[in-house]
Write a protein that binds this ligand. Structure first.
Ligand SMILES: C[S@@+](CC[C@H](N)C(=O)[O-])C[C@H]1O[C@@H](n2cnc3c(N)ncnc32)[C@H](O)[C@@H]1O
Length: 261
């Protein structure tokens, strides 16, 4: 009999593993799409109050500090926050959980970022809690930017041998990685969830140890609108606005808190 496990719990363990902490503490580079979107938003968010959720080892910290010194980064994995603090001793970085932002008052930020699909680590119910908390801490018209795995991705839920491939070095390396870690996938895949709105799948990330949320662009926009956001815009992996895309593994979203009348 299979037990029901919460992806929120499983994934927090995954992000706390030494190899994940080391990986997320190395990078300081923005993705092309992040750079393009932050450029587009720069007039709106420069010198504003910024909250960086799921800051990990601090990949985005320097870039956001360049936009505003009024910056706070949080992550629920203390080991990652410690690494981020080592890298940016003058930044305001602390342990905090996106599901419970009570440490921050209502309408206390102009811009909230949850980068690199961190939101997808939450269980479907917890994801909605996060959207409500982000909505609460944003000022009216404040901007929420995040990325999320794309359910319309052409290789959604496909192991390498079910993809179109060439026998090049990259494919062989990925194939070997998948074969080696396949026992993890067999253990985890019974916890996968498929609904009309979203899927929670055990993909190849982190040696097949996570359960990650995938959603199509239209469903994500509907979900944001139900949480009170409007002017929701999706971007592909090159930072172009999109109404749906099969070649981006994840999409970026920018949404604004509605002005309460
Ligand atoms: C894929 S990693 C990205 C880390 C970093 N943003 C980066 O881009 O390198 C996702 C991050 O989200 C964090 N995270 C996931 N759920 C969270 C939650 N409920 N509250 C705070 N952080 C969370 C994880 O600990 C992890 O550091």
């Amino acid at each position: 009999m299979s037990t029901i496990i919460s992806s929120s719990v499983t994934n927090k363990l995954g992000y706390s593993m030494a190899n994940a902490v080391a990986e997320y503490s190395r990078s300081a580079t923005l993705f092309d799409s992040e750079r393009a979107i932050l450029d587009e938003l720069s007039n709106e968010i420069s010198n504003s109050r910024i909250l960086d959720i799921g800051v990990g080892g601090g990949r985005t910290t320097k870039h956001l500090l360049d936009l505003s010194s009024d910056y706070v980064g949080i992550d629920y994995v203390p080991e990652l926050v410690a690494k981020a603090n080592d890298r940016f001793p003058n930044a305001k970085l602390g342990v905090g959980d996106a599901r419970d932002l009570r440490a921050f008052s209502d309408e206390s930020f102009d811009f909230v970022l949850f980068s690199f699909n961190g939101l997808d680590a939450l269980s479907p119910n917890d994801r909605l809690l996060v959207l409500a908390e982000v909505y609460r801490v944003l000022r009216p018209h404040g901007v929420f930017m995040f990325s999320s795995h794309n359910r319309d991705y052409k290789y959604f839920n496909r192991l390498p041998w079910r993809r179109k491939f060439q026998f090049d070095q990259e494919f062989l390396r990925f194939f070997a990685y998948c074969m080696y870690h396949l026992p993890n996938h067999w253990r985890m895949r019974r916890h996968q969830i498929f609904t009309d709105e979203y899927a929670v799948v055990n993909d190849s990330d982190h040696r097949f140890s996570l359960l990650l949320y995938y959603i199509s662009r239209d469903s994500q926009v509907r979900q944001l609108e139900s949480a009170g956001f409007d002017r929701c815009q999706a971007y592909d992996s090159a930072g172009r606005r999109t109404r749906g895309d099969r070649s981006s593994h994840w999409l970026y979203y920018v949404a604004r808190k509605k002005k309460i009348s």
